[in-house]
Design a protein around this ligand. Sequence first.
Ligand code: MLT
Length: 327
Amino acid sequence: MVGRVFKIAAAGLGLLALSAGVAAAQSYPTRNVTVVVPFSAGGPTDTVTRLVAEAMSRDLGQQIVVENVGGAGGTLGAARVAKADPDGYTLLLHHIGMATSATLYRKLPYEPLNAFEYVGLVTDVPMVIVSKPNWEPTDLKSLIEYVKANKDTVTYANAGIGAASHLCGMLFMSAIETEVTTVPYKGTGPALTDLMGGQVDFMCDQTTNTTNQIKSGKIKAYATTTKERLDNLPDVPTAAEQGLADFQVGIWHGLYAPKGTPKEVIDRLSASLQKALKDENVVKQFASLGTAPSTQEEATPAALKEKLESEIKRWEPVIKAAGQYAD
Ligand code: MLT
């Protein structure tokens, strides 16, 4: 009898806790939300996040504050969110590195497929191979010849193992069968500053970080990683046009929350993300930076989950073949 009363009381308490959780989720958010960008301020992930966060803040009625947690190719920031309270007040905006780091790292402090709830896809950003302004090569063909001839002195900037710039560099170096010295940064924001200053020779980075500097002549552009030329950089030929037929890579971004975040909160965030991706300013700014918002169907938990699962499978054999690992 005592046991039965205890069970009923416990069930009642469980129901109470559940309804308190539902009520909290319904009024969500009641204070500022933090979104972690796992790279430095001023870089491509930061740019995309700030544009989307601004639009989502207006919709949610609370400020979304961006926190930059750079280092280790995006894995430090992801680890920080994996460990955060699953209450909807700490989010992560990460890119393709969520998939590649699953293979690149022998040990990660989180399990990419199990540590997060999925909010939705955000955008898919093209890349461009760029160099310091006064570099000798004039086109992709002469760049490849130059890199091969000077492989012991040429330097390539990236944002650490697991970054998009790392992936693109790895694909490029295996395509031309040449390794050069890589210089890792906490993000390609600071890497771009050094590229403009001539401290590093070249890198492959997203148009969200390179478009304005290419247009103003502060860096040189050699090739896009897209099938077709980009509307915002029509004078930059594709890598395929210049002999690297299969050299295509797009940097998809997704919004995540820690595992266990209530479904009501995820649904609210997903609806807000969808709205932000239709926002006039977001659409306009994305277009000027060479990208476009994900579709409404893509900005959903199911689409991001499917993307991450398929991208882990897609990149695993490529990374294994390149033989690149980090501890
Ligand atoms: C990358 O290479 O992954 C990005 O450029 C990171 C960043 O946002 O700085």
